[in-house]
Design a binder for this molecule. Structure first.
Ligand code: SAM
Length: 234
C-alpha cells in the first residue's frame, strides 16, 4: 500500500518549496490540487508545476467550495478522501498539495480527520511548508515576535469582536482572510491608533506581490483573497 502525502508548497514562489516537498512531488503518482471554483487556477498547482511530469503523473483538480455550508463541504471532503484512499489502496502514491503549510487553515486538516476515522489503515505523511505568514514578515522586514512578545493569528472570518480583542491584547496580530472585512478592519485600525504599525501583504512570493504600510494606500486598494495584515502594537 502506498502513502498519502500532504505537501505544503509554500506561498507561491517555487524557490520557497522545500527540497523534501520537491522530492515527493517528483515521485508521486497522483497529485490532487484544491480549487474553490471550477475553472480557477490552483496556486498550489502553479507553484508545483516545474516539479511535475504531466505525462507520467495523474493531476486531479478537486473543487472544495468556499462556504461554511457543511452540507456542501462535507461531501467534497469525503469525495476527495475516498478518491485519494482508492489510489493509495491500489499502490499509487498520492500527494495533496496545499499553499503554505498543510496544518495552518488548510483543507487538508479536514481530510486528515476523515483519513484517521474512515481509513485508519492508510499511512499519512505531512510535509510542512513555509506559510504565508513567515513569507509576509520576511517581505515586509518586520519581526513577528521578539523576547517576551506574544503573537496571535486570527482569521478575519472570526469577526470584528475577535479581531479587536486580539489587537488590544497581543503585541503582534496576523490577520488572515481579510478581504470580506477589509473596510471594517481599516476603520478599526484607525480607531485603535495602529495607522503607523500595520502592514498589508498580498500575493506574497509571486510576481503580483504587494506590500503596503500606508493606511490611505491600503484604503485605496481592493484586496485579493490571498492577502493578510500584520498589526504591531508599536
Ligand atoms: C486558507 S488560508 C491558508 C494559509 C496557508 N495554509 C499558509 O500556511 O499560509 C488562506 C489565507 O492565507 C493567507 N495567504 C495565503 N497565501 C498568501 C499569499 N501568497 N500572500 C498573502 N496571504 C496569503 C491569506 O490571508 C488567505 O486568505
Amino acid at each position: 500500500m502506498a502513502r498519502i502525502y500532504a505537501v505544503g508548497v509554500g506561498p507561491g514562489d517555487p524557490e520557497l518549496l522545500t527540497r523534501k516537498a520537491e522530492r515527493i512531488l517528483r515521485q508521486a503518482d497522483v497529485i490532487l490540487a484544491p480549487v474553490s471554483r471550477s475553472g480557477e487556477v490552483s496556486v498550489a498547482l502553479e507553484t508545483s508545476r516545474e516539479f511535475l511530469d504531466a505525462g507520467r503523473q495523474q493531476i486531479i483538480i478537486h473543487q472544495f467550495p468556499m462556504t461554511s455550508d457543511m452540507g456542501r463541504l462535507i461531501p467534497a471532503w469525503q469525495e476527495a478522501a475516498a478518491l485519494m484512499a482508492g489510489h493509495a489502496d491500489a499502490g499509487r502514491e498520492v500527494a495533496f498539495i496545499t499553499i503554505g503549510d498543510p496544518l495552518l487553515y488548510s483543507t487538508f486538516i479536514y481530510l486528515l480527520r476523515i483519513f484517521r476515522t474512515s481509513y485508519p489503515h492508510l499511512e499519512i505523511e505531512i510535509v510542512p511548508g513555509i506559510s504565508s505568514i513567515n513569507t509576509a514578515a520576511a517581505a515586509a522586514g518586520v519581526a513577528l515576535a521578539e523576547a517576551d512578545e506574544r503573537l496571535a493569528i486570527i482569521p478575519a472570518t472570526a469577526g470584528m469582536d475577535a479581531i479587536i480583542e486580539a489587537v488590544a491584547k497581543f503585541e503582534t496580530v496576523v490577520l488572515l482572510k481579510v478581504k470580506p472585512l477589509y473596510a471594517d478592519i481599516l476603520e478599526m485600525l484607525r480607531q485603535m491608533g495602529r495607522q503607523q504599525s500595520t502592514l498589508f501583504v498580498e500575493r506574497v512570493g509571486s510576481d503580483r506581490q504587494k506590500v503596503l504600510s500606508d493606511l490611505s494606500e491600503m484604503a485605496a486598494h481592493k484586496p485579493d483573497y490571498l492577502s493578510l495584515m500584520i498589526v504591531k502594537k508599536r
